[in-house]
Design a protein around this ligand. Structure first.
Ligand SMILES: C[S@@+](CC[C@H](N)C(=O)[O-])C[C@H]1O[C@@H](n2cnc3c(N)ncnc32)[C@H](O)[C@@H]1O
Length: 302
């Protein structure tokens, strides 16, 4: 029998010895979850004895973490955009990097008037679409994925996070999906080169679904496929925003330009890594406001 404080110290040493990075942080999160306490509660109860049930749960959590299972998988939940997303084996753990994609789309959405329609291609847990709908009270959106299990979790997340009335999730392959057109298409597609998957950290390689990772031989297959579908899915002057791998910014920018997108820019994430490529469909001129001026000019000269 040990106290909360002793259990935490022992766990940190155990995880550290097993080569787990951030051993102290992971130990605190897992102990909090096992005991049903917030971090402040753990500190307040440092010298109390750890109840047997919590100790057993904590031990089970630690054993899983030692084999490389990430904390988010053990708890079945990950915070994204300040919201708690439930996860299952078919959903990628949403990454903090992907918040850059949400920020890019929000900046554009706030420049536009009227209710927006947003398509999230490869929605997984629904993280991107649900974060956007939580910020844009009038927007509606569709998330598509080829995994029925991921979609079930996305629907559940939309319910729990209060946006289900404005979100629909469909089983569809992005190579073939069609339906209506959207004002904004956003996607964090699979973008890891097939040959690089074996060398990924075990937390990713062994626990994230390969369907969510594998971007084909050069990692760019999904971008090409999605770009080919966009004429049917994105309204003229609509915004496309892709998340990209750390070394894919320039290549995806070129693919977007070759597909006829305008003002294609690459944005960095908080770690200064190129992370989002975005651009506009069809119309010439820079951002939406200027594009209207260009049209006016055309009318005058024509
Ligand atoms: C990198 S994950 C992104 C998940 C989520 N949007 C996020 O950012 O956390 C890519 C997603 O694309 C889905 N996917 C893979 N191939 C697909 C395809 N051909 N059509 C539709 N979705 C696909 C995967 O199931 C996975 O959920």
């Amino acid at each position: 029998v040990s106290t909360f404080g002793e259990a935490l110290l022992a766990a940190r040493a155990r995880l550290g010895a097993a080569g787990v990075a951030n051993a102290g942080l992971d130990a605190r999160i897992l102990l909090g979850a096992a005991a049903g306490l917030e971090q402040a509660g753990l500190i307040a109860r440092a010298s109390d004895l750890l109840p047997a049930l919590a100790e057993a749960r904590f031990d089970a959590h630690l054993s899983r973490r030692i084999t490389g299972e990430p904390v988010a998988r053990i708890l079945g939940e990950q915070e994204f955009w300040g919201l708690p997303f439930r996860l299952n084996e078919a959903t990628l753990v949403p990454r903090a990097d992907t918040e850059t994609l949400v920020e890019t789309v929000l900046a554009e959405a706030r420049r536009r008037r009227g209710p927006l329609r947003i398509l999230d291609v490869g929605t997984g847990s629904g993280a991107i679409l649900i974060a956007l709908l939580s910020e844009l009270g009038e927007a509606e959106g569709v998330g598509i994925d080829v995994s029925e299990a991921a979609l079930a979790m996305a629907r559940r997340n939309a319910e729990r996070l209060g946006v289900a009335e404005r979100a629909a999730f469909y089983l569809a392959d992005f190579a073939a999906y069609s339906g209506e057109t959207f004002d904004i298409v956003v996607s964090n597609p699979p973008y890891v080169r097939s040959g690089d998957i074996a060398g990924l950290a075990r937390e990713v390689r062994d626990h994230d679904p390969h369907l969510a990772l594998d971007g084909g031989d050069d990692g760019l297959a999904a971008y090409r496929t999605i770009l080919a579908r966009l004429p049917d899915l994105l309204a003229p002057d609509g915004l496309l925003a892709f998340e990209v791998g750390h070394d894919q910014g320039v290549q995806v920018q070129s693919l977007c330009e070759a597909a006829g997108f305008r003002d294609v820019t690459v944005c960095a994430d908080l770690a200064a890594t190129p992370r989002v490529v975005s651009g506009y469909r069809g119309m010439s001129g820079s951002r939406r406001g200027n594009a209207k001026i260009e049209l006016g000019k055309l009318r005058i000269t024509g």
